[in-house]
Design a protein around this ligand. Structure first.
Ligand code: MN
Length: 501
């Protein structure tokens, strides 16, 4: 997984030469101080790098061009300490390809009531300087986040943290490679989509590989490599008795380990960040890769089942955003409902592939038959999830655009043990409740596959959607079906018109 501290957000301050040397020196000092404090803050995952104060169009343009090609720069934090006439920003903003956030702050928190004079007023002008900057961004139809408040305020820093993490995920997606083992599940609609458009819009490329390409890697795995991995399994999971050495399922576990080593090697050598499988298409593999997929996801790979590359890329992006945060992130599927009055909820799972980062406790490693697919009994990690706030997210192809749908959920425990259910599972109540949440999700065309996370909030995905220029719709505690329907209809018009803007 990417070390986010190696990545940078550039702290860019706008001003103008009118104020004279002395004031500009102070502007630079103040700006340096903010950049340093943000960089030091444990709340901010990236380095915040101070850049010299910008006072003219050439310097602004040069900075934006430099940011475009700087490999570690995920985006800009912009701030107008003073007034910075915004025609100076047009060429730079036109050229800028990295995301930016507009920090609408002021160096001084309080008005110094007894000493305030016109010099103070002229130095601390963000209140109107940032409005001039905001106008040009809006006039140029620039997507950005606007964060308002004092720069030492915890909420302000948290909003910058969220933006920076979304920018890291966006940075990670540019040039990312996604491998599809086999094609789409036959006849399934929502997992299909325009891969060329997705690459143009979102930056990642998706390519298919024959199962034989992976099988060649799996076949080269040695007994020694398998033995080593089995020791790791023993340390990390409760391995069921029958799957231990000498037990009747031991051989199945060895096959699962062999698949993991081969698959991991294939992904590492190819520099892939996400991948898909398809249970209909496993030619040459003895088992559906369950355990392997679960463990690769835990290490930061994005994953989508049944050829679902859009969800694989989304899970990867969510995992980058969630780096180092408490709570897990996984591929997920709405599987079955509990429809008891006043206790409606969803049981989420998949055939096998739920990431153990969402587990409440040490997962158990078990081997069971798979009811569909006709392959040998696969190994898998079985567990319940933790409880708390979470969300489900889905990217769908609307034909003329990609839409990101997010539903806040309340993650709960099952009402009773599930002794016969041999897969990892998560239970949640969609916001505002199952009836409204699921109705809106279905009206929006949200997939049965999702990226599920208890580590990030909807704000991360909203910021990410802004960076991608992607449609974003949220279903949360305040959503009502008829308002939501209107929103979908307005968006339909907007995204037709927006193409001409
Ligand atoms: Mn599925």
């Amino acid at each position: 997984m990417t070390d986010l501290k190696k990545l940078e957000a550039w702290f860019v301050t706008g001003s103008q030469s009118l104020y004279g040397e002395k004031t500009l020196r102070q502007v630079a000092l103040d700006s340096q101080k903010i950049a340093q404090e943000l960089s030091k803050s444990e709340q901010i995952p990236v380095k915040v790098v101070f850049k010299p104060v910008l006072t003219g169009p050439d310097a602004i343009y040069d900075l934006c061009m430099e940011a475009n090609t700087a490999k570690n720069c995920v985006g800009l934090i912009t701030w107008m300490h003073t007034f910075s006439p915004a025609k100076m920003w047009i060429a730079g903003l036109k050229a800028l390809q990295k995301p930016f956030v507009h920090l609408h702050t002021q160096f001084n928190r309080d008005i110094p009531w007894s000493t305030i004079d016109m010099d103070f007023m002229n130095l601390n002008q963000s209140a109107h300087g940032c409005r001039e900057f905001g106008y040009i961004c809006t006039r140029m139809r620039k997507n950005r986040k606007v964060v308002v408040g004092h720069w030492q305020d915890k909420d302000v820093i948290e909003k910058l943290n969220v933006w920076a993490r979304a920018a890291c995920a966006w940075h990670d997606a540019q040039g990312a490679k996604i491998a599809r083992f086999g094609d789409n599940m036959r006849e399934v609609a929502v997992t299909e989509g325009d891969k060329v458009e997705a690459q143009m819009r979102l930056g990642y490329s998706v390519n298919g590989y024959g199962l034989g390409d992976v099988v060649a890697y799996v076949d080269r795995v040695t007994d020694k490599q398998i033995d080593k991995l089995l020791v790791e399994y023993d340390e990390q999971y409760k391995v069921e008795k029958d799957a231990k050495a000498g037990g009747p399922l031991y051989q199945s576990l060895r096959v699962a380990a062999k698949i993991e080593v081969g698959m991991r090697k294939f992904l590492e050598e190819g520099g892939f960040k996400a991948f898909t499988t398809n249970f209909e298409n496993l030619y040459g593999l003895e088992q559906l890769p369950g355990l392997a997929v679960q463990r690769l996801m835990a290490d930061g790979y994005g994953f989508g089942a049944e050829g679902d590359w859009k969800t694989a890329a989304l899970v990867r992006a969510m995992k980058v955003m969630a780096t180092g945060l408490p709570g897990g992130t996984s591929f997920m599927e709405d599987y079955t409902y509990h429809l008891e009055p006043k206790n409606n909820k969803v049981l989420g799972a998949h055939m096998l592939e739920v990431c153990p980062t969402v587990s409440k406790s040490k997962p158990s490693l078990e081997v069971h038959p798979l009811s569909i697919g006709g392959k040998a009994d696969p190994a898998r990690l079985v567990f319940n999830s933790a409880s708390g706030q979470g969300l489900n997210a889905s990217v769908i192809d609307m034909g003329n655009r990609l839409r990101l749908i997010v539903n806040d959920v309340d993650v709960v425990q099952p009402d009773a043990p599930l002794p016969k259910l041999p897969v990892a599972r998560v239970m949640w109540v969609p916001m505002p409740d199952l009836k409204v949440g699921a109705a809106c999700w279905i009206l929006a065309g949200g997939a049965h596959h999702t990226g599920f996370s208890m580590a990030i909030t909807n704000e991360y995905l909203e910021d990410f959607a802004e960076m991608a220029g992607m449609e974003y719709v949220l279903i949360d505690k305040d959503t009502c079906v008829s308002c939501f329907k209107d929103r979908l209809r307005w968006n339909e018009v907007y995204y037709q018109v927006a193409k001409g803007l």
